[in-house]
Ligand binder design. Structure first.
Ligand code: A2P
Length: 274
């Protein structure tokens, strides 16, 4: 399991634990169990309302804070320069941390017209050492173009919905062209039938792996960083065991062919998450 290096030099693990929609109590248990099983990247957000549980889980794991990459996301209601800095302070104080490893703008919410100001606040937070690296989530290329044009600073991460039924090839290619790491939310295609797909079942039989492992390996092999959520300890182990084997080019091509335009499919230009 080799870390990626982000465009600003920050090192980030190649797979992490998703925590939506765990509550604080369940997140604490899941995070400490995941860390005990080797996870080093944990994803949360203000809007998941489980930052406290995530932080307690990190503490409970007994693993030093600086060995865990913890990332959170700024909610829509806190867009704007001052509001964003206050929101980050709130996350840090809730979590009892003096820094976050990554901080992402959760959604662009273009109708508010504040995501560039918000981005300036994240740039400031990184300069002040409150966050090691900064990025975005659900930002379309046009939104990122604006951030770059108006601030000169390119996000290090863009977290988007991505799995074999919704591959976002152009979007992921834009990220790659700009040296932006793509993280995948819903990497296992939650709320679709992806985990029952017949073609994936065949590849699982060929490789002696589970369907979940085949999906996660496909993502890892494309240098995407999946954030699968599970509160089941055996599945945590299963989902992390995708770094000592490979899919063949033919198997990757068969998974590429599963694109179906199926997923949550929120349009970042109209989806408002406050
Ligand atoms: P559970 O938490 O009960 O394990 P996504 O990360 O795409 O949002 O998907 C998460 C969903 O997939 C959760 O419902 C989770 O359920 C389930 N899941 C996670 N890992 C596995 C796995 N290895 N096999 C089957 N289902 C899984």
């Amino acid at each position: 399991m080799q870390n990626h290096t982000l465009r600003d030099g920050t090192s980030i693990p190649p797979l992490g634990l998703g925590t939506y929609p765990l509550n604080n109590v369940d997140a604490e248990v899941a995070v400490s169990e995941a860390i005990a099983r080797g996870y080093r990247l944990i994803d949360t957000a203000v809007n998941y309302e489980n930052e406290v549980g995530v932080a307690r889980g990190v503490l409970r794991s007994g693993t030093p804070r600086d060995e865990i990459f913890v990332q959170s996301k700024l909610p829509g209601r806190d867009h704007g320069y001052d509001a964003a800095l206050r929101s980050l302070e709130g996350s840090l104080s809730r979590m009892g941390f003096d820094y976050l490893d990554a901080y992402l703008i959760h959604w662009p919410n273009p109708s508010q017209g504040l995501y560039v100001d918000t981005w300036r606040a994240l740039i400031k937070a990184q300069e002040e050492g409150l966050v090691k690296t900064i990025g975005v989530s659900n930002f379309l290329p046009e939104h990122i173009d604006r951030l770059i044009e108006e601030t000169g600073v390119t996000p290090a991460i863009n977290q988007i919905e991505l799995h074999p039924y919704s591959q976002k090839q152009d979007w992921a290619a834009y990220n790659l062209d700009h040296a932006i790491l793509t993280q995948c939310w819903s990497p296992l295609g939650r709320k679709t039938d992806l985990l029952k797909d017949a073609a994936l079942e065949t590849i699982a039989a060929e490789t002696g792996k589970t369907i979940a492992q085949v999906i996660l390996r496909w993502e890892v092999q494309k240098n995407l960083v999946p954030l699968p959520k599970t509160s089941n300890a055996l599945r945590m182990e299963e989902n992390l065991a995708v770094f000592d084997w490979e899919l063949t080019d033919d198997q990757v091509a068969r998974i590429d062919a599963l694109e179906a335009g199926v997923g949550r499919g929120f349009d970042p230009n109209t989806h408002e998450e406050m």
